[in-house]
Design a protein around this ligand. Structure first.
Ligand code: PLP
Length: 392
């Protein structure tokens, strides 16, 4: 397998039975994806089904308050409410061209499940979504959305009954169904070639942002900022800027409550290297090699690992990775709502919070924050926090 590594990170640490379908995906990336027919069909789906290109919105009120020039890349305006549809449409189309008739996928909070179900319905593929039993109970409206879109939702009752267990179960299911089925992995992590495949499909975010900013201002921004869960929206924004030495790049991990010893979702800042879900990366892991539970107020960031390319960009120092606590993300959420009339996802609020809390780091420059998704899905959590009397 070529290009399976980012420095020492990445690779393909899977049972032998998973190698044939992974090699098949790698071959399809090489042979099918570059074809003009694939590219034009994907372009059509992204434009006319998902709603690309997304705008780059200037934030006049916050820019004034912060003494910098704040811009938002509006992935929240896409169909199904987040950047995830860029990836699922691309993988669903690839699966179809590979002759597959079904998709299998994992989901945590249900956002990737909904985006996969929508892409499968659009392209006429059967769809099975694995979801931790705990998450099925917590995210009933997304379970209903997936079912309405024709997907079968299977509850996983192993382990902590959350995302990590759902991924293990979906990989297992793929082993026995690989003839007919493609595994539509949800973020830029997992075994090779998924980190590269998902990055390629999400890089449309950074390509559009870079071109549009140049067109509007005649120059490049001083910085680009995105939240990092598994790392797909972040690598999608960052990748086209990696060669621009003058552009600072900041990824933001979720620090959880911030109490000493609390659970978090910040493996780059607080984790150790190890293997999870088929790749060598940074992980929340204890001394016995057990994966630690993760936590974030935003379900989409709640993952104990991170994509291997981020582990490498962290190690080389090209990208800086900060941390934001639950309370600061909630406070950024409220500030954007009132100042600019946009309800951001709590995931994206982490990225925004980093800029709101460290304006001096950006020295009056132009900053593009990736608004990875819309906040409507988070009304329950935001409402609970308000009713708890917290003055975020
Ligand atoms: C799922 C999700 C994320 C986190 O996933 P990444 O792969 O790290 O991008 C971030 N924002 C939103 C809105 C999400 O739905």
């Amino acid at each position: 397998m070529k290009n399976a590594y980012f420095g020492e990170f990445g690779g393909c640490f899977v049972p032998e039975l998973l190698m044939p379908p992974l090699l098949e995906v790698e071959a399809a990336m090489r042979e099918i994806m570059p074809e003009p027919e694939f590219q034009s069909e994907l372009e059509d789906l992204l434009r006319n089904f998902a709603g690309r290109p997304t705008p780059l919105t200037h934030c006049p009120t916050l820019s004034e308050e912060l003494g910098l020039d704040l811009w938002l890349k509006r992935e929240d305006l896409l169909h199904t409410g987040a950047h995830k549809i860029n990836n699922t449409l691309g993988q669903a189309l690839l699966a179809k061209k590979m002759g597959k008739t079904a998709l299998v996928a994992e989901t945590g909070a249900g956002q990737h499940g909904v985006a996969t179900a929508a892409a499968a319905a659009r392209l006429g593929l059967r769809c099975t979504i694995y979801m931790g039993g705990e998450d099925v109970a917590r995210q009933s409206s997304n379970v209903l959305r997936m079912r309405l879109l024709g997907a079968e939702v299977k509850a996983v009752e192993n382990g902590t009954r959350t995302l990590k267990d759902a991924i293990n179960e979906a990989l297992r299911a793929w082993i026995s169904s690989q003839e007919s089925t493609h595994y539509c992995f949800g973020t830029a992590a997992g075994p090779h070639p998924f980190p590269t495949l998902v990055r390629e499909l999400q890089s449309v975010i950074g390509r559009e942002a870079r071109a549009r900013f140049l067109e509007m201002t005649g120059r490049l921004p001083e910085a680009v900022v995105a939240c990092v869960g598994g790392g797909s929206n972040a690598i999608g924004l960052f990748y086209p800027f990696l060669g621009d030495a003058g552009v600072r790049i900041v990824g933001v991990e979720a620090a959880g409550t911030g109490d000493p010893g609390c659970f978090n979702s910040a493996p780059l800042n607080l984790g150790v290297p190890g293997v999870l879900h088929g790749n060598y990366t940074m992980l929340l892991q204890n001394n016995d090699g057990q994966i630690e539970p993760s936590h974030s107020v935003s379900a989409g960031l709640d993952y104990p690992g991170v994509g291997p390319e981020h582990a490498w960009l962290h190690k080389t120092g090209r990208v800086k990775y900060g941390m934001v606590k639950d309370a600061n993300a909630l406070s950024a959420f409220h500030r954007l709502c009132r100042a600019e009339g946009i309800l951001p996802a709590l995931e994206s609020s982490h990225a925004l919070s980093y800029v709101l809390d460290h304006p001096k780091e950006f020295r009056g420059g132009a900053v593009i924050v990736n608004l990875s998704g819309r906040g409507d899905k988070d009304m329950g959590i935001v409402g609970d926090a308000l009713r708890g009397g917290k003055t975020y």
